[in-house]
Design a protein around this ligand. Structure first.
Ligand SMILES: [Zn+2]
Length: 57
């Protein structure tokens, strides 16, 4: 997965506005807020930051 660092810095969880991080070994972006803990899919290198598409970590 190719998520640029600058892009990661401006992305935020749509549910709680916390920063996101790349899930190790997975093409996903995980919310860094442990009480939120949503994981967003990345499709064709495009993060899908939709709560409806996220799963609970
Ligand atoms: Zn969140």
């Amino acid at each position: 997965m190719k998520i640029d660092d600058w892009l990661l810095e401006i992305l935020a969880c749509p549910a709680c506005k916390s920063p996101l991080r790349v899930s190790p070994g997975a093409d996903e972006l995980a919310c860094t807020n442990e009480s939120c803990a949503l994981v967003y899919p990345v499709r064709d290198d495009i993060p899908v930051l939709l709560v409806d598409e996220a799963r609970k970590a």
